[in-house]
Structures are given as C-alpha cells and as structure tokens.
Write a protein that binds this ligand. Structure first.
Ligand code: PHE
Length: 500
C-alpha cells in the first residue's frame, strides 16, 4: 500500500477555498434528479412519510459513502483509479470502471437531456409547444421512432444545443480546478438557489397550489411497510449524491491537507436534500394549479421524469395568465444550470484519472474528451434516442452504480480497513465519526445494495424493463456495462508513467 505525500505531487491543483469545494460537490450532487425525480417519488411513496426512508437512507448510506469518498480522495490524493491503485494495484480497474461508465455512458445522455432543456429555454420565448405539448415533445421535437431498433433521423435542434452544452463543459473544465470548476460553481450555485427560490415563491402564490402541496406531502405511513418504498429511497440517495462514480474522490483529492471532511459530507448531503425538497414545492404547486385550472383530478395531471419537465410543465406554463414566457425560461434555465454543474463533475472525474495515470496535459485531455462526449451523445439525439437513453440509464444508474458502490465499500471497508479511514477523517475533522461508520461501510451498505441489486434483477427478469425487446436490453444495456468494464481492465493493466 502506498501512502502519498504532498512532496510526491507538488503540482496537484487545489481548491482556493473550502466553500469552493463544497459548492462544487453540491453542484455535482444537485442535478436533474433533484428536480424531476425526488418530488414524484415523494408523491408516489407516501408523501411526507417518504421523508423517513429518505433520511434513513441518507444517514445510513449516503453520508457514510460521501465520507468514504472524500476521505479516500483526500488521503490518497488521486482520482478514483489512482486512489484505488494506491490501496491495492489489483483494484485499480474498479476506479477506471466507475469513471468510464459515467463518462462514456451517463454524461453522454445526461448532456443530451440538458440540451433538451436549452432548446426549451428557447421554445419558452414563444410558447412553441402550442396546444398539445405531448405531441410537440415526442413527435415534433424528439421525432420518437417505434423503438430502439429504429434509429430514425438526427434531430438538428438537439444536436445544436448539444454543441452549446459541450462547449460550456469544455470551457469550465479546460481552465482547471480553481479557475474553471470552482469559479463556475461559485456563480452557478447561487444562481441555481436564486432561480429555485423565485420559482417556489411564484408557484406558491398560484391558485390551487395548496391542493398540489397536500398531495405532495400528506403523509401516508402505511406505505412505509412496502419494501419498494425503501428501495426507491436508497436508489434515489445513491444517484442524487453522485456517489459511486469516482467524482467525489477526484474532487476531494484537490483539498488542502487540512480540511473538514465530515462537515463537508454532512453539508453536501443536507443541501442536496434541501434542494430536492424545495424543488418539490415548486413542482407540486404548479401541478395543483394545473389541476384546478383544467378541472382534472390531480392523478391525471401528475407525471414524472421527462413527462413532468417537458409535457406537464409546458402545459402549466401555457395556462399562466401573465409572464408565462418568463416563467418557462426560469424553469428550464434552472434545469440547465443544475445539469451543467453535474456534467462538468463527470468530465473532471475522467480527465483527472487520465492525467494522473498518463500525465497528458489537462487542456489536451479535456478537449479530446469533450469532442468524444459530444460525438458519443449524438446517438441519443436521434429519433430512437429516447429509448436508448432509457435503456442505458437503467443499466448504468441501477446495475453499474450499485455494483460499483458495493465493491468500493468492500475495498475500503475490508482491504484498506474502515477504521483506518475513520482515523484519518477524524484527525482533521471537527465532528468525529464513530463505530457506525465502520459498520455501515463493511456490512450495512454492501448488504442493502446487494438486496437492491437482486430485487432489480428479479423485476427485470420477470418483465423486460419498460417492455423493450430483450435483444435491445441485452445488446444496449448489458453490453454497455461489459464493454466499459473491459475498457477499464485494459487501461488498468497499462503501466503507470510515474511511480505511484
Ligand atoms: N446527482 C445528479 C442528479 O441528481 C446526477 C449525476 C449522476 C451527477 C452522475 C453526476 C454524476 O441529477
């Protein structure tokens, strides 16, 4: 096992301020998932009562894994592959796999969804979706084909917006940790909080908002007996905190020697949850308003995921009596900013890994990756792109993410030893963590995530995911995971350009 010293790496970049690191971590965590997934999960899983499993998942898994990733990145001073290699060379591949499936998987389609948001900022100016936002989105805008096997044509407005998204990602990461990522987050995070607050205040004053909020938060404790509610809580915490992707490891590797790791982990978890909860207020007030205006019962207006953002919301925007265009711009801008801060964290996690291992210059690495990211994203900007997006997302953000988190916990908990990491974290943090951290990393998290994995697998085997043809699920979803794994193994076998 190698213990890095600062002298070994005199040139590693460093955050200018502790706040800069916190905002970057929160920027990665807060994303599209907070705005369109969390509120719906709450509604579907017992309203206010869902906060109980969510907070339990946050405390027993989310924050301990954040502490683990911050601790490992900080102590080993490297991206995920380098940090894991410093624990044991046999495990370097795991770090590569994490950053590979997030870079050559998640960010490819995540950037496309941000591109949709960019298009919708533009469409808001004229309320371009007209009287039928559903037909506009699926047919006019996406040109959705019959399924993943029919690729259809490339949608030029999406590709154009995708160029903008990648230029922004590229620019931010190109200028490095302090001058690019930290500065960008110091602008984007306050902007995001401001936008969100404006939306909340605006939507709360709409007639019918109260009815929507009641549906969002009215607790139904009976639901807590259903295991699926708990599964939803744990998987949402995992995805929402951006853990298991090697991102937080890379970000923590840029911290100075003295840094309060436990406080930052708690604050990141807390702020992420707060944003998700607040976004829910805006989303459900709007849906309540829509239900009142259209006279439709609430269950008929509520949607989740892309349906919420690109169909239900445009419908509600068109109903507003005044400033509807401004409202649309604010909403889609909020999604865009939340998405970009997450996308740049992915680009940085992979770039850091390449720079650590091969010592190529940052500017070249980031430029090549941004071009590849843009080109790779084009497949999701076609008529069949929505189905591809759905399948790849399911494979990576369920199977990939859970397996990566389980293995990471086993590596740190059992091979490196959880108590050693805890001692490192405690030595520099004000709030000290106790035995529960070891228990969580060694037993609880691997156990719970294995359960989630098995239950996902059983569900998928019983019924193909979303009714897609098996062949598409296997060729796209499963093979995407396998190919990234093989790529990770190959890169891990290459020698380090400099001693670890
Ligand atoms: N945490 C982000 C969200 O909630 C998603 C994300 C996934 C960000 C992977 C970075 C990496 O939307």
């Amino acid at each position: 096992m190698v213990q890095p010293s600062q002298a070994m790496e005199p040139h590693r970049p460093q955050w200018n301020t502790s706040l800069g690191f916190l905002l970057a971590a929160v920027g990665s965590a807060v994303g599209l998932g907070n705005i369109w997934r969390f509120p719906y999960l709450c509604y579907a899983n017992g309203g206010g009562a869902f906060l109980i499993p969510y907070v339990v998942a946050l405390l027993t898994m989310g924050i301990p894994i954040l502490m683990l990733e911050f601790g490992i990145g900080h102590q080993m001073r490297g991206s995920a592959p380098m940090s894991f290699a410093r624990i044991s060379l046999h495990w370097e591949w795991l770090g590569w796999w994490m950053v590979t499936f997030v870079m050559f998987g998640i960010v490819l389609y995540y950037a496309v969804v941000i591109a949709w948001c960019v298009c919708y900022v533009w469409y808001s100016l004229t309320l371009a979706w007209g009287a039928d936002p559903n037909a506009f989105f699926f047919h006019g805008f996406l040109g959705t084909t019959a399924g993943p096997q029919v690729i259809g044509d490339i949608r030029s407005p999406i590709v154009l917006a995708l160029v903008i998204v990648w230029v922004v990602n590229w620019l931010v990461v190109f200028f490095g940790v302090e001058h690019g990522i930290e500065r960008a987050n110091k602008v984007m995070m306050p902007l995001l909080f401001g936008l969100l607050l404006t939306l909340v205040v605006w939507t709360l004053t709409l007639p019918g908002a109260g009815g929507g909020l009641l549906c969002y938060l009215k607790p139904d404790f009976a639901k807590l007996g259903n295991p699926h509610v708990w599964i939803d809580a744990y998987s949402q915490v995992c995805f929402s905190l951006s853990i298991g992707f090697g991102i937080m490891v890379a970000y923590a590797s840029y911290l100075p020697r003295k840094a309060d790791l436990t406080r930052n982990a708690c604050l990141t978890g807390l702020l992420d949850t707060l944003v998700a909860f607040t976004a829910g207020l805006a989303v459900f007030s709007t849906l309540g308003y829509m239900s009142q205006q259209t006279g439709k019962p609430f269950e008929q207006v509520v949607q989740h995921g892309i349906g919420l953002a690109f169909v239900a919301y445009p419908q509600a925007i068109s109903l507003l009596p005044s400033f509807s265009r401004l409202f649309g711009v604010l909403f889609f801008l909020t999604l865009t900013v939340a998405g970009i801060a997450s996308a740049i964290s992915i680009l940085e996690a992979f770039s850091a890994a390449v720079m650590d291992k091969f010592h190529y210059p940052r500017k070249a690495v980031v430029t090549v990756l941004s071009v590849v990211g843009f080109l790779g994203g084009i497949v999701f900007a076609t008529g069949g792109g929505l189905a591809w997006l759905d399948i790849v997302d399911h494979a990576l953000s369920h199977y990939g993410l859970f397996i990566a988190c389980i293995l990471q916990c086993l590596l740190v908990g059992w091979i490196y030893k959880a108590h050693r990491l805890r001692e490192h974290v405690n030595a520099i943090s004000q709030f000290r963590i106790g035995w529960f951290f070891d228990f969580s990393i060694r037993y609880l998290v691997p156990g719970v995530l294995t359960l989630l994995l098995v239950s996902d697998l059983i569900k998928d085997l019983r019924q193909p995911y979303e009714g897609y043809p098996w062949i598409a699920l296997l060729l796209i979803g499963r093979d995407w995971l396998i190919i990234t794994l093989i790529a990770a193994l190959i890169v891990a076998l290459r020698p380090w350009r400099k001693a670890l």
